[in-house]
Ligand binder design. Sequence first.
Ligand code: ATP
Length: 215
Amino acid sequence: MSQEQLKIPQATAKRLPLYYRFLKNLSVSGKQRVSSAELAEAVKVDSATIRRDFSYFGALGKKGYGYNVNYLLSFFAKTLSQDETTPVALIGVGNLGTAFLHYNFTKNNNTMIQLAFDVDPNKIGTEIADVPIYHINDIKKELATREIDVAILTVPVGAAQPIADDLAEAGIKGILNFTPARLTVPPHIRVHHIDLAVELQSLVYFMKQYPVEQQ
Ligand code: ATP
């Protein structure tokens, strides 16, 4: 990413994949321009925020015309590194891990799980959805021969920290942590934490406490 692109605020950057997915669908359906109001309705972000976000991308909507879909798409593709595939390692081929191996991430973005690790002898040496599964003890060896910066962690909570330590040693720079463990990693490693149970619980809580207005 260039220095210029790095100036995009983090809150804006987080919305990029959302915009990208919607615009890609528009482009596939042959639409060449889109208004901020249409975008706002589709991605559920208010149109003032969209206009501010898009001004960071150098995309200035014209009154009565809207935004040029292809210009935005090529900008997002570059910024989100969609022009290259990001290889990913998955650790823990349980129920959730297996689902990720079957899920084709490349449908919506260019990330691809290239290899997986586990401790279960029944899984090691096999492939799921063409992804080979290696023994966790070989993680540093296997990662050393590949240029992989990103790992998805779907192991039991107790296994998470030692594996994060190995991932750090192996040169991984980003971890998508699906375990409830709060990981301690060196400052150059970015960890995004997704606890599905907490998210679900929070949804139920918010539904009860802050019911959305009926249409
Ligand atoms: P399953 O039904 O296969 O047990 P699960 O998602 O309920 O799936 P978990 O106990 O969460 O099972 O474990 C997820 C996966 O992580 C399993 O495949 C397990 O073998 C693997 N695993 C457990 N410990 C480690 C470890 N130290 N390193 C790598 N993988 C591990």
